[in-house]
Design a protein around this ligand. Structure first.
Ligand SMILES: Nc1ncnc2c1ncn2[C@@H]1O[C@H](COP(=O)(O)OP(=O)(O)OP(=O)(O)O)[C@@H](O)[C@H]1O
Length: 292
């Protein structure tokens, strides 16, 4: 059973989509909308990347989906529930840029502890609201398997300080999937890593995503990363933050080495690069704007 299956049926009006419709937002004192008329439909189980110039509102949109950033108008629903409802039921997880592990816990404990704490909270909630029995058993992915999926099976007893940055981020990603969220929001999770480690991380992430069937919304500055990972790449433009273009990545899965060497991958990358250039050309430049 996944988290949204625990949501009361009345909020699950659209169990198959995250819907963002006409969403807009302006930060207080800012001269222009950070999000302007954002329309996006994300199919359940898909992998979608957001890419665009710095400051175009990618993180703001991600935080809005996470229920951490209020919007000024429009509609935003996660399988029919509001972001607040979805977060209340732990249906949404967030992986930040830095891993934020507990230094005094081992790798295995860092991965298993949040899930155990959550399960206790769910038991309490179930007892209080009569929502049914124990939750989150369907994915059934234990700590050992999660660590195996991110290539850290042999480091279960190590402490974070004994790991490289890339390994720590893999632990953070295993932990996030261990919570079995229906939606995982990832804000440039590999930005601090070198290109070689990033490549390995992409493969680990794809393994986990395929195994867990989580819906992923992924912010990145890397065209290669967006195309390699995603079903769809959402190109945003800045000032105001708008969706410039949504590009389907019609490449087979699994995205193994053969697929990644295919000429079609480079064609899609070129399309995304051209779109980014257009997006950059179409947005107002910082010097054009006068603060309100
Ligand atoms: N809490 C805030 N208060 C005021 N302005 C903010 C706040 N958070 C972000 N901004 C502004 O909103 C704009 C969009 O920020 P956001 O972080 O969403 O962009 P981004 O596309 O994720 O950028 P980057 O790629 O550089 O991480 C920026 O101009 C930023 O300065």
């Amino acid at each position: 059973m996944t988290a949204t299956e625990l949501l009361p049926p009345h909020v699950l009006t659209d169990p198959d989509h995250i819907v963002v419709r006409g969403v807009h937002k302006t930060y207080p004192g800012a001269p222009i909308r950070v999000l302007d008329d954002i329309d996006l439909v994300i199919a359940r189980g898909s992998f979608v990347s957001l890419i665009g110039p710095s400051g175009c509102g990618k993180s703001t949109l991600l935080r809005a989906v996470a229920g951490l950033e209020p919007i000024d108008g429009g509609e935003l629903t996660i399988f029919g529930a509001t972001p607040e409802e979805a977060c209340g039921y732990k249906a949404v997880g967030l992986v930040p840029q830095t891993p934020a592990l507990l230094p005094w816990r081992t790798v295995a404990q860092n991965v298993s502890l949040p899930a155990r704490v959550n399960r206790r909270a769910e038991h309490r909630r179930a007892a209080r609201y009569g929502m049914g029995g124990p939750a989150r058993t369907a994915g059934g992915v234990g700590t050992a398997e999660l660590l195996d999926l991110v290539g850290l099976a042999d480091r279960a007893k190590a402490y974070p300080s004994q790991l490289s940055g890339g390994m720590q981020q893999r632990v953070a990603i295993a932990r996030a999937f261990g919570l079995e969220p229906d939606v995982l929001l990832m804000d440039e999770p590999f930005s601090a890593l070198d290109e070689f480690t990033r490549e390995a991380m992409r493969l680990h992430l794809l393994h986990l995503w395929q195994r867990m069937q989580t819906t992923v919304l992924f912010v990145t500055h890397s065209v290669r990363e967006a195309v390699t990972l995603s079903d769809r790449v959402v190109v945003m433009s800045a000032r105001p933050g708008r969706i410039h273009e949504v590009i389907d990545v019609d490449l087979p899965r699994p995205r193994d080495r053969e697929v990644l060497a295919d000429a079609r991958l480079h064609e899609v990358e070129d399309r995304v690069r051209d779109s980014l250039q257009d997006a950059w050309d179409s947005g107002a430049k910082p010097a054009d704007l006068v603060p309100a």
